[in-house]
Write a protein that binds this ligand. Structure first.
Ligand code: PLA
Length: 726
């Protein structure tokens, strides 16, 4: 136990102490950054860093997904060389527009959605040149964060490790759905659909358009169709990451089938394209980000917001790579040559899969290696554990990611035998397994800069705020109504304060009634499961919540109805003096006497002709004091109306949900009032309970004017004391 505490607590305390010390030291101008901890290496690009530092001439890099030829060398495609030759004379070194090279974007989306795609013909696609696939994903995540606030991204397990970082850094809530089944080494389609069918409407689902990284397992055409229908039914937005078009089957059109199925099915969707792999333009950072919208008008607005996201990040994209891609895609001959080269690359990878499997089988491995050839695309998800990967690296200088993924593009006829031997040697050990990437564990603890800098930490930040009603910028009425939306919380708070300060028996019941109303609304919402208004729920981030009835309206209706019933009850009590208890009638008498005295004083003053105006003011004040209880009730009803109207105006509820809330709150208040009267009047002895006595609880329901009665008692007590001292 002690060891555990030491292990867990000491580093944290040390880190905190270092942070504090360095912040303090910063004041005296020592180092500003001594508290910044070193981030762990990137799980993929970090492998290349380690590979480069290795001096073994036999080393093999199977980490990053970058294509190599059979001699292990990087490849510049012939079509790209030709495009470079054509572009070389260009004097264009100007800034591109924020959305990049328009023709490049148009060529790019044609490659994905298809030349004759209806969404392109109908001008439904907003597009922007992005910083390769990563840049597209990042912009998608930012767009989701900005324009689908509160929505969640569903990411497959496992996935490209950077997906998790990207959506985490865009502060979008992440859920991971099952994708891969280690036992079958195939797609876990049933669990995936089951999981996604429970995702709240308005969420986004990330899908690898083809050649899933790292598993190399894609849905079949039929499964893509089913998925598309499922997402449509459940109102989920597909975000397709297409980083390997052409690498799955060798055919760019076939690899675009998922994109085209979703577009045909009428989805609104996002697409992230990369030309890093299929054109070998890794360092040029050429990609295209597109969003399928309703119509041209929507495209205009969406495209303007896409640019608004890109501009403060990097202003505009680089020109060279876009020119190369455009040159190739716009020239039918060059495009044909390029498509042939993509096919060649895919086929070389497929032949390496066969060779690796054959080598392993020839070594007499008792394990099944079918998955090496069953999987498609650039990667093979071997099933090696992180410990086995470490051994491959330490003993054989073979570099791969710790999830057991190997980049098949790095395998060639010269290194395949050595690779097979090493895998065979270490996979024989019992810890051969399929490990799934886990999402980074949410960071718990204080929100320090040092902790925030920790790579892989996920901030599970949630806000606690009262009402938090959102309104459209510039909508002054909306702003007022958003403020009014805090009223139900204050009504409950107010009742609690009154209960504490005044110790009146009926307030116990009123307070309980308010809580009961709120709880009842929660239960009814759960039972009826009626969704929030579809038009606004994505923007408000409450698509996953139910809306029937509106609890804001119910609580306000309860408070206002109770206030009205209390007012009417007290009025009746004042007209039938018999019902009030001794102190209260003393109060009435006292208050009445004081009023008569005030009036006669004013009359006397008026007869002297000194202050006719004073009499008028006194009468007005008197009338106001009498009307105050009724004004309070009216104010509460006005507030209730504002809250109820606000729920609809701000898009939180439908009119029916608000009406149901008002009906539920006021009828509950009426029923509850009968219980309150019964408890206070019939079960008066309840006040003799030791706890209520000790806390000085009292019953003032019969008092027409409690404040007047109390004030009078104090005046009388003071008078008696004065007389005694005289
Ligand atoms: N999406 C997926 C699924 C990817 O695998 C990659 C790259 C990208 C997007 C981003 O590609 P980009 O270079 O166009 O930005 N994955 C690589 C490289 C090839 C990397 O990790 O950055 C990989 O080795 O997994």
């Amino acid at each position: 136990m002690e060891g555990l505490i030491r292990q867990a607590a000491v580093p944290l305390l040390q880190q905190q102490a270092r942070g504090f010390a360095s912040r303090a030291a910063g004041f005296w101008n020592s180092s500003w950054f001594s508290h910044v901890p070193e981030a762990p290496r990137d799980p993929i690009l970090g492998v290349t860093e380690k590979f480069l530092a290795d001096t073994n001439p036999q080393k093999i890099n199977l980490g990053v997904g970058a294509y190599r030829d059979d001699s292990g060398q990087p490849v510049v495609l012939k079509s790209v060389r030709e495009a470079e030759r054509r572009v070389a004379g260009s004097h264009f070194m100007e800034y591109l527009p924020i959305a990049g090279h328009r023709q490049f974007c148009e060529d790019s989306v044609k490659l994905a959605y298809g030349e004759d795609s209806p969404v392109l013909k109908n001008k439904q696609v907003a597009m922007l040149q992005s910083l390769s696939g990563t840049g597209s994903c990042r912009l998608s995540a930012e767009f989701q964060g900005h324009w689908m606030p509160g929505s969640t991204i569903y990411i497959p397990t496992p996935t490209w490790a950077n997906h998790l970082n990207i959506w985490r850094d865009a502060h979008v809530a992440i859920e991971q759905y099952p994708y891969y089944k280690p036992e079958t080494r195939g797609l876990d389609f049933e669990r995936m659909c089951d999981f996604l069918s429970k995702a709240p409407a308005g969420s986004a689902v990330l899908l690898h358009a083809c050649a899933h990284n790292p598993t190399g397992v894609d849905p079949s055409t039929e499964q893509w169709r089913e998925l598309s229908q499922l997402l449509k039914q459940k109102a989920l937005l597909p975000i397709l990451d297409c980083a390997y078009q052409g690498f799955a089957s060798g055919d760019c059109d076939r690899d675009a089938q998922a994109i085209r199925i979703f577009a045909e099915d009428g989805h609104r969707m996002m697409l992230c394209q990369s030309f890093a792999k299929n054109m070998g333009l890794y360092g040029q950072r050429v990609g295209c980000w597109s969003i399928v919208c309703d119509d041209e008008k929507e495209v205009k607005a969406v495209e303007s917001q896409m640019k608004a996201l890109a501009r403060p990040m990097y202003s505009n994209p680089p020109v060279h790579g876009a020119l190369l891609v455009h040159t190739i895609l716009a020239d039918p001959e060059l495009k044909k040559q390029w498509l042939g080269e993509v096919k060649d690359m895919a086929e070389r990878i497929i032949s390496m899969r066969t060779l690796l499997r054959q080598n392993l089988e020839a070594l007499g491995s008792p394990l099944s290696w079918n998955h090496i050839t069953d999987q498609i695309g650039m990667f093979c998800y071997t099933g090696l554990s992180p410990e086995q990967v470490d051994k491959l690296t330490a003993e054989h200088s073979i570099y791969l990611t710790r999830n057991g993924r190997i980049s098949m593009a790095g395998v060639n006829t010269n290194n395949v035998a050595r690779l097979a031997e090493a895998i065979h040697k270490h996979s024989a050990a019992p810890d051969y397994l399929f490990r799934l990437d886990r999402p980074p564990a949410p960071h718990r603890g204080p929100f320090t800069a040092a902790a925030a800098a920790m790579s892989g930490a996920q901030w599970g930040l949630k806000a606690f705020c009262i009402a938090c009603a959102k309104f459209q910028e510039g909508d002054a009425l909306g702003e007022v109504l958003a403020v009014a939306a805090t009223a139900p919380y204050f009504a409950i708070y107010h009742a609690a304060v009154l209960l504490h300060a005044r110790r009146e028996l009926h307030m116990v019941l009123v307070f309980m009634g308010l809580l009961l109303t709120s709880a009842l609304c929660t239960v009814v919402k759960k039972v009826l499961k009626q969704p929030r208004p579809a038009a606004t729920c994505t923007l408000l981030g409450n698509c996953h919540k139910h809306g029937m009835p509106s609890s804001h309206s119910a609580v306000m209706a309860f408070a206002a109805t109770t206030a009205l019933l209390l007012y009417l009850h007290r009025r009746r009590a004042s007209s039938s003096s018999g019902s009030s208890n001794g102190i209260c009638s003393a109060g009435i008498r006292g208050a009445g006497a004081a009023r008569t005295a005030r009036r006669s004083g004013a009359a006397a003053a008026a007869s002297k002709g000194s202050s006719g105006g004073g009499d008028f003011v006194a009468a007005a004040v008197e009338r106001l004091a009498q009307a105050l209880p009724l004004l309070e009730v009216l104010l509460l009803w006005v507030l209730t109306a504002a809250v109820a109207y606000g729920r609809v105006h701000l898009g939180y509820h439908t009119p029916a949900q608000v009406a149901a809330g008002l009906a539920l709150g006021s009828s509950l208040a009426a029923a509850w009032w009968c219980i309150t009267l019964a408890v206070c009047q019939r079960w008066g002895p309840v006040l003799r309970l030791p706890l209520l006595r000790a806390l000085h609880f009292r019953d003032t329901l019969g008092c027409p004017d409690v404040h007047a009665a109390e004030a009078e008692i104090f005046v009388q007590t003071a008078d008696t004391a004065n007389k005694r001292s005289e």
